[in-house]
Write a protein that binds this ligand. Structure first.
Ligand code: TYD
Length: 203
C-alpha cells in the first residue's frame, strides 16, 4: 500500500539450523507480495567482495576489524536494498542481520558491540535454536567446504548459541524462538502464524 512502511523480517541461528530454508519458504509463501530477499554478508557488490575477504581469503583478521567488515557490508545492503524497499512498503526477508554480529563477534569473540541507530530494527526476528553440533554436522554432510567461521570450534559455536539465547531473552517483543529440531514444514507453519498479524490490513 502506498505510503506504508514495509515489513522487515530476519532469520537468525547457528550454522545448519535451517534458517536459510525457512527464509526461502517464507519468501515463497509471500511470493505474490513481491518480497525482497537478502543474505548476509553480501547482497551488494561491495558486500560480496567483503564476504570473500571475510570468509574465504585465508587472512588473519582482528576480531574488531572483522566486526566492522560485517557491519560495512550490512550498511551498504541497508543503503542499497533494505531501506529503499521498506520505504516503498515492501516486505524484506533477511537471512542473518545485525543480531549475527551481536552473537558471533560480540558474544563469541568478545568484541564490544552496539546497534547503530542507522540500522533499521526488524519487526520480527526468528531465532532457530537446536543442538549446535548437529547443525555443524549437517553442513559437513552436505559436502560444503568450511568457511572461516565454520572452522571455529564447537565451543565457539556454543557461545554463539548462548549469545543468541541471551539476546532473545532480552528482547522478547522482537524475537520468536523456534525449535530447529522440528520438521521444516512445522517450523514454517509457526513462522506463518507469527507473520500473519503483520500482514493484516495491508492488501
Ligand atoms: P554463510 O555461508 O552465510 O553461513 P550461514 O549459511 O550459516 O548463514 O556464512 C556466514 C558466516 O559468517 C556464518 O558463519 C556466520 C558469520 N557471521 C558473523 O560472524 N557475523 C555476522 O555479522 C554475519 C552476518 C555472519
Amino acid at each position: 500500500m502506498a505510503g506504508q512502511r514495509g515489513i522487515f523480517i530476519t532469520f537468525e541461528g547457528t550454522e545448519g539450523s535451517g534458517k536459510t530454508t525457512q527464509a526461502e519458504l517464507l519468501g515463497q509463501w509471500l511470493a505474490d507480495r513481491d518480497p525482497v530477499a537478502v543474505r548476509e554478508p553480501g547482497g551488494t557488490e561491495l558486500g560480496e567482495r567483503i564476504r570473500e575477504v571475510l570468509l574465504y581469503a585465508g587472512l588473519e583478521i582482528d576480531a574488531e576489524a572483522e566486526m566492522y567488515l560485517f557491519m560495512a557490508s550490512r550498511r551498504q545492503l541497508i543503503a542499497e536494498v533494505i531501506e529503499p524497499a521498506l520505504t516503498k512498503g515492501q516486505i524484506v526477508i533477511a537471512d542473518r542481520y545485525h543480531d549475527s554480529t551481536l552473537a558471533y563477534q560480540g558474544g563469541a569473540r568478545g568484541v564490544p558491540t552496539t546497534w547503530p541507530t542507522t540500522f533499521p530494527l526488524p519487526n520480527v526476528t526468528f531465532l532457530l535454536e537446536g543442538p549446535v553440533e548437529a547443525g555443524l554436522g549437517r553442513h559437513e554432510a552436505a559436502g560444503k567446504s568450511k568457511d572461516r567461521m565454520e572452522q571455529e570450534s564447537i565451543d565457539f559455536h556454543q557461545k554463539v548459541a548462548e549469545a543468541y539465547a541471551w539476546l532473545a531473552t532480552n528482547d522478547p517483543q522482537r524475537f520468536i524462538r523456534l525449535d530447529a529440531t522440528g520438521s521444516r514444514d512445522k517450523i514454517h507453519l509457526q513462522v506463518r502464524d507469527h507473520v500473519k498479524p503483520l500482514l493484516e490490513g495491508r492488501d
